[in-house]
Write a protein that binds this ligand. Structure first.
Ligand code: GDP
Length: 419
C-alpha cells in the first residue's frame, strides 16, 4: 500500500491524500473507526482518528474507488482533509503507522501502467499534463492522455500483424500456384505513409513542450536586462522565473498567447576559470545562438529593438521590422508583446494537437515506418514477414506492450510525488 499528498504543498484549503493498494479499504475503516465505507466514488464526511490515543485528527471527506476501475487499477482511497501542515502531517504519520509507504514520484501512474489501465504514451502525456504551464501544452498533453496515439498505434500494430500473417501464408502456399494470396505491398506502403504523417507533427509538439527561445542581444547598457524584466513583469501570465544555467543568465518564462517561450538575456555572461561554470556559459551561449528569435538591441538578425525612446523622443510601437520601446517607462511594450504573441502563434499552428509528442515516440515510429518501407520493397515473402515482425515490435515498444522495463525509470521519474 502506498500513499501520497496529491494536492500541492500545505497550507491549502483542502489537502488530497491518495492511498492505493490491496488493504487500503481496511485502512479507511480503521481511520474512521467504522465498519461501513461510503458507496464507491461517493464522498462522505468522516472523522479521522489516531489509533494510539483515539484522538480525532480531522473531519475529512472520504472516497473509495474499488479496483480494477480506479486510476491505478487497485483499490484506492482519497481523503480530503483540511490543508494545514499540522493536519496533513498528523494524517501522514497515521498512514505510516498503519503500514503504508510514501509513494515514489509517479508511482500511482506506474501502477496504472503495470495494471494495464494506460499505456506508455498515455503515461508520457500525463507527465506533460501535470507539468503543463500554457494552453498549448495542456491541449497537446490532454489529447494523448486520453489515448489518442495509443489507439492509433494499437490499430497499426494489429494491421501489421495481419499483413505479416498474409506474408507467411504466401510462404506456405508458394508451391501451390492455384492458391493466390493478395499482394500486401500497397497496404504496407499505406501504413508507412500514415505513420510518417503522424511523425510530421513531432517538430511542432517539441516546440510546444519545450517552448520557443528568444534571445535578447546587444552591447552592454543597451537595456537588455531591463527589457527582459519589463516584458516579464508586464506579463500577467508569467509562469516561472527560474535561475539560468549560470547565475549570470537571466532567463524568464513567458506565456505568449498559450505558447510557452523562454526569454534569455546572456548579457552578464563573463569568462570564468571554473570548468563547471565555463561549461554552463558555453551552453548558455549555444542556446542563445540557436534561439528561435533574436531581439536585437543593435543590428543583427531577428526583430530589431530600439530601446530608450523616452530619451530619443521616437514614437513607440512596432513598424517596419523594428520595435521602438522604452524598457524604463513601458512605452511600446504592449505592441512588442502583441508582435511576439503573433510570432509565437505562427511557430505553433493552431488546430489538431500534435500526435507524436516525445523523442521516444518519434524514434520508435520512425523505426516502425522504416521497417514497413523495407517490407514494402521486399519481394521475398520470408524477408517481408520478418520486416513486418520488426515493425510490429517497434510499435509494441511504443505502447509498452514490449520491453517496457527499460524505459519505466526514465518515464516515471519525471512525475511529481502523488501522481
Ligand atoms: P544591459 O547591460 O543591456 O542589460 O542594460 P541594462 O538593462 O542593465 O540597462 C543599462 C542602463 O540603461 C540602466 O541604467 C537602465 O536603467 C537604463 N535603461 C534601460 N532601459 C532604458 C530605457 O528605456 N530608458 C532609459 N532612460 N534608460 C533605460
Amino acid at each position: 500500500m502506498i500513499f501520497a499528498l496529491s494536492s500541492g504543498l500545505p497550507p491549502s484549503g483542502v489537502a488530497v491524500l491518495r492511498l492505493s493498494g490491496a488493504g487500503v479499504f481496511d485502512v479507511a475503516r480503521r481511520l474512521t473507526g467504522r465498519r461501513s465505507l461510503p458507496p464507491a466514488r461517493c464522498a462522505m464526511l468522516r472523522s479521522i482518528h489516531r489509533q494510539s490515543d483515539h484522538q480525532v485528527l480531522d473531519e475529512a471527506l472520504l472516497l473509495i474507488f474499488p479496483g480494477p476501475h480506479s486510476f491505478t487499477g487497485e483499490d484506492t482511497v482519497e481523503l480530503h482533509t483540511h490543508g494545514s501542515p499540522a493536519v496533513v502531517a498528523a494524517v501522514q504519520q497515521e498512514l505510516l503507522a498503519l503500514g503504508l509507504k510514501p509513494a515514489e514520484p509517479g508511482e500511482f501512474t506506474r501502477r496504472a501502467f503495470l495494471n494495464g489501465r494506460i499505456d506508455l504514451t498515455q503515461a508520457e502525456a500525463l507527465a506533460d499534463l501535470v507539468a503543463a504551464e500554457t494552453e498549448a501544452q495542456r491541449d497537446q498533453a490532454r489529447a494523448n492522455a486520453g489515448g489518442r496515439l495509443r489507439h492509433l498505434a494499437e490499430g497499426w500494430r494489429e494491421a501489421i500483424l495481419a499483413l505479416r500473417a498474409e506474408a507467411e501464408a504466401d510462404l506456405d502456399f508458394a508451391d501451390e500456384s492455384d492458391v493466390s494470396v493478395g499482394d500486401t505491398t500497397a497496404p504496407i506502403a499505406q501504413l508507412a505513409a500514415a505513420i510518417r504523417a503522424a511523425l510530421a507533427t513531432a517538430p511542432v509538439a517539441e516546440r510546444v513542450r519545450s517552448g520557443l527561445t528568444i534571445a535578447v542581444t546587444g552591447p552592454p547598457n543597451a537595456g537588455k536586462s531591463s527589457l527582459v524584466n519589463a516584458l516579464a513583469s508586464r506579463d500577467v501570465a508569467i509562469v516561472t522565473a527560474i535561475p539560468g544555467t549560470t547565475r549570470d543568465v537571466l532567463e524568464v518564462h513567458l506565456d505568449l498567447g498559450g505558447v510557452p517561450a523562454t526569454l534569455l538575456d546572456t548579457a552578464g555572461l563573463r569568462e570564468s576559470d571554473d570548468p563547471v561554470e565555463q561549461e554552463g556559459i558555453r551552453r548558455a551561449r549555444a542556446r542563445a545562438a540557436s534561439a528561435d528569435l533574436v531581439l536585437a538591441l543593435a543590428g543583427g538578425e531577428g526583430l530589431r529593438v530600439v530601446n530608450k525612446v523616452d530619451l530619443t523622443g521616437e514614437a513607440p510601437g512596432v513598424r517596419g521590422g523594428t520595435a521602438f520601446v522604452s524598457a524604463l517607462t513601458g512605452a511600446g511594450l504592449e505592441d512588442l508583446r502583441a508582435w511576439l504573441v503573433a510570432w509565437a502563434r505562427r511557430q505553433v499552428p493552431r488546430g489538431e494537437p500534435a500526435l507524436v509528442t516525445t523523442a521516444r515516440q518519434a524514434h520508435l515510429l520512425d523505426e516502425t515506418a522504416r521497417f514497413l518501407e523495407e517490407a514494402a520493397a521486399q519481394p521475398e515473402s520470408l524477408l517481408r514477414a520478418e520486416s513486418l515482425r520488426l515493425a510490429a515490435a517497434s510499435l509494441g515498444r511504443l505502447t509498452g506492450a514490449i520491453g517496457a522495463e527499460e524505459v519505466l525509470g526514465a518515464i516515471f521519474g519525471r512525475f511529481c510525488i502523488g501522481k
